[in-house]
Design a protein around this ligand. Structure first.
Ligand SMILES: [Zn+2]
Length: 431
């Protein structure tokens, strides 16, 4: 009992000081040798309404026990004697949001270009920044991220994930992908042609090296394999396809046999087509996707991670009718028309961490219904990430990863900016 009180006390302190974090919570021993485990803390959350990942329920409450959701429904059925009650008046409680495409080891490009970050900022400096990025992400209500490439920072994503899991630093759940994989010569940084410098991703080609590199990255801790099916290859502008369908297929099969899914960067229609036929699970960006390509993706159950707001610029863009903005708007509309599954993902890192909600605002301003946008960051994201039994819904048995926002984001998506409460695995990080 004393232990439970201590845990609660630490949680209260952490909630009161925005920058503090419950250092000892996750590190607290689950079970002390020779003693029965301490009873899990019980918390009842009372928002105005609950968006459970699928639909809205007015007047619902949620009971949390330990790190899981214990009960959901009308207040009468959820109340428990002795529970700590947290009132969240005027708010909508949602599943913790999912960021499907982040780079926690990058910071905004208007602070330093990608090339300068990769070639002039050391590993420890980048990791130090990343710890701030992870905290900002969590406090913005994003409790899970899929981090798609360290961009030259080696395997630091896996070690940051360990630091979060061990309770050393606050942060969301991290799905790591380590270095990402590119075809030889297709990536960056590029200086004069005579200088062969280390690249921001790992090069591999053909049967031998692709098999080896996929397996090696899994061995180093990749939860997802990230590949580039096209890129701005060579000194001339414009993207072109890189890997063949056969190469992508081989990588997908190698990863799949280890239970690891593949995410592919593709902006060209041809890169998207090859990735889809190869059986990848998500396509990132999809900027030049056509109705035909998106229909092919839907048919093959490939999800789109649109990253509408990727880049250093502000959102909404200063010039919404620039050719690039119009093209992206048109391709996103084609994706909606084709009924392709959409997982929320922004490419955050190109812009400041913690500003992740701008992607949801962008999807809505480009024609997606607010409820659908919210699902793409909760229940749909949970399914796409193969974590539907852990995250993405407010449902008994799932992790108590929850956020509350002032207002109703299914009516006004901008409510996601007004974060009132964040909990991950039953621990309060913001209140
Ligand atoms: Zn990216």
């Amino acid at each position: 009992m004393r232990k439970t009180l201590a845990v609660l006390a630490v949680a209260f302190v952490a909630a009161a000081i925005p920058d503090a974090h419950p250092l000892t919570i996750s590190a607290w021993p689950e079970k002390v040798e020779g003693q029965p485990p301490a009873p899990a803390a019980v918390i009842v959350l009372k928002p105005a309404r609950v968006f459970d990942g699928e639909t809205m329920h007015e007047g619902w409450a949620v009971r949390v026990k330990g790190e899981r959701i214990d009960a959901v429904g009308s207040l009468d059925g959820v109340t428990a004697p002795g529970a700590r009650v947290i009132d969240l008046p005027g708010t909508t409680l949602t599943p913790g949001l999912v960021e499907g495409h982040s780079h926690v080891l990058l910071h905004a490009y208007n602070e330093a270009s990608w090339t300068d970050q990769v070639s002039r900022e050391g590993l420890a400096l980048r990791v130090a920044r990343a710890t701030n990025h992870l905290r900002a992400t969590l406090l913005a209500g994003f409790t899970t991220i899929r981090d798609l490439g360290t961009e030259g920072a080696q395997y630091a994503d896996v070690e940051l994930k360990q630091a979060v899991n061990q309770g050393l630093i606050p942060g969301p759940r991290i799905l790591a992908s380590t270095k990402a994989i590119v075809a030889t010569g297709s990536y960056q940084p590029k200086f004069v042609a005579e200088w062969n410098v280390p690249q921001g991703a790992e090069e591999a080609d053909g049967i031998d090296s692709l098999t080896r590199v996929v397996r090696d990255q899994i061995g180093k801790g990749a939860d997802w394999i990230k590949m580039y099916a096209d890129y701005r290859w060579g000194p001339m502008p414009g993207s072109r396809p890189t890997f063949s369908v056969e190469e992508l297929k081989l990588a997908v099969e190698t990863a799949k046999s280890a239970g690891v899914p593949v995410a592919v960067h593709a902006n060209t229609a041809e890169g998207m087509r090859r990735a889809t036929l190869a059986g990848v699970e998500t396509i990132e960006h999809g900027g030049e996707g056509t109705l035909e390509i998106f229909k092919l993706m839907a048919e093959h159950h490939v999800a789109l991670c649109p990253t509408i707001t990727a880049g250093a610029g502000p959102w909404p863009p200063a010039n919404p009718s620039s050719p690039a903005a119009l093209r992206k708007r048109e391709s996103f509309k084609a994706a909606l028309d084709a009924g392709v599954t959409i997982i929320n993902g922004s490419d955050v890192g190109t812009f400041p961490h913690g500003d992740n909600a701008r992607e949801l605002e962008a999807m809505v301003s480009y024609g997606m219904q607010p409820t659908a946008a919210l699902k793409s960051a909760t229940s749909v994201a949970g399914r796409v990430l193969h974590m539907e039994n852990q995250i993405g819904r407010v449902k008994q048995g799932l992790f108590a990863d929850l956020a509350a926002f002032d207002g109703d984001p299914t009516r006004e998506i901008g409510a996601l900016r007004r974060v009132k409460f964040v909990m991950k695995a039953g621990t309060v990080y913001r209140q």
